[in-house]
Design a protein around this ligand. Sequence first.
Ligand code: SF4
Length: 517
Amino acid sequence: MLLIHPPVVKPCEPPAGIAKLCGTLDHHGVKYSVWDANLEGLLSLLKDPPASLDTWTSRALRHLSGHLDSLKSLDVYRNEDRYRRAIKDLNRLLEMKARSNSVRLSLANYEHEALSPARSRDLFRTAENPEDNPFYPYFKKRLTELLRNEPPSLIGFSLNYLNQALCTFAMIGFLRREWPGIRLILGGGLVTSWMRKPHWQNPFEGLVDHLVAGPGEVPLLLLMGVREAGDIPDTPRYDSFPLKDYFAPGPILPYSASSGCYWNRCSFCPERAEGNPYLAVSVEKVISDLLSLADRHQPILIHFLDNAISPSLMKAISEHPPGVPWYGFARITRHLTDQDFCLALKRSGCVMLKLGLESGDQAVLDDLQKGIDLEEASSALKSLKNAGIATYVYLLFGTPVEALTEARRTLAFVVKHHDRIGFLNLAIFNMPIYGAEAHQMETKQFYEGDLSLYTSFNHPKGWSRPLIRQFLDKEFKRHPAIAPIVRRDPPVFTSNHAPFFVRDGRHVPHKLPLWFT
Ligand code: SF4
């Protein structure tokens, strides 16, 4: 079996979903290989000069190897200008390379001028014309090499983001044409969301043999002839990935201690709308996994992928630190208001917490059922700051109960706490197409595609997307207390690289690496 991680995803860490499948396949003795087509594909495009070379592109090309090396060294993360220049130059090379294919390409983005990843007919068109894809020369060569001697009986694609969809179907089209006998299986987060839509009908029959919603372990084992799946281990395996080649100053290991969300109440949440159950790995197992993964791969950072790391897991990590810095999403709960709790987190290696605050207006938070009290949020930001843990705060504008007045309260909250907020993510609300709220609103198709996951709606208070954008650009981001936080966000890699920009070595025990001091 061959498992493929298709472009385009930020190339800074190995794909967690495939790593988890590898753990299961190893456990059951199933032979497999993996291909990070995202990392390899992006590197191949970067190294192949674009046809037209203007001054900027020529300079970017001259500095290419220097930029790639620099992103693997901590030095560049201490020099923001150099970091920004490297990212801008790499994006320039990709942009120029893909322009003739009518694709806007960057290290994190793949957008076709005419084809939408949310329209099945466009995905079919892509599959019929794989040579139109900018990655085609590379994946043709590489797949031919990989399949030449011993073609696998099954090839699986892990499709998690819209930015991967068109490239995935280009590869599927090529495989169908050249190796019609190989069974193709498509799974991952995006496919799961598609398949959980009400009235889902598979539009890919005849092109893809199997579609999988949710965890792929059992379906893959069954397809490989393992009838008794029995115990499915949760420990991911990263041995087959080129850990040294990712765009990071050392291996970043993604790890999921749970799927779904233990809170599962926020009204706008796609997890909840999809009905994904909360499944947590036992705390003991997480601790032993982290210790063994840290020992095996010597990572520079552990990235928790949980929608929200539970307070009990945070406590356990504090008591049994993995010896490696770590970060992830946490809910704002009373635990984080406790200075001692935060100090223990910091000593365990917690370098940054991502916090979904969403709004600085209590009525909006209550309506969204976030379970956040603004007094508590204020106190949590203070305790985290005092402990030396950076915060990456997520805000959501344009929810049905918010209008300009409430958005200005969010602005006021951020201004008041600006010195306790490390980074900000500003998003505009998308209404999940199958959420309960969508039925109460006047809606219309958002991406105008049969695979759309979101719907646009007439905001009940007239707080439309253009007005929100205007508020964010002209008022929110320009506020003198907020502008420096917005500017601090690492371009393209955002929260994935933010921990390397955190400068606070307080409360760090000596056995932890001091790269963030
Ligand atoms: S905390 Fe996050 S994942 Fe959990 S229900 Fe709320 S929005 Fe969804």
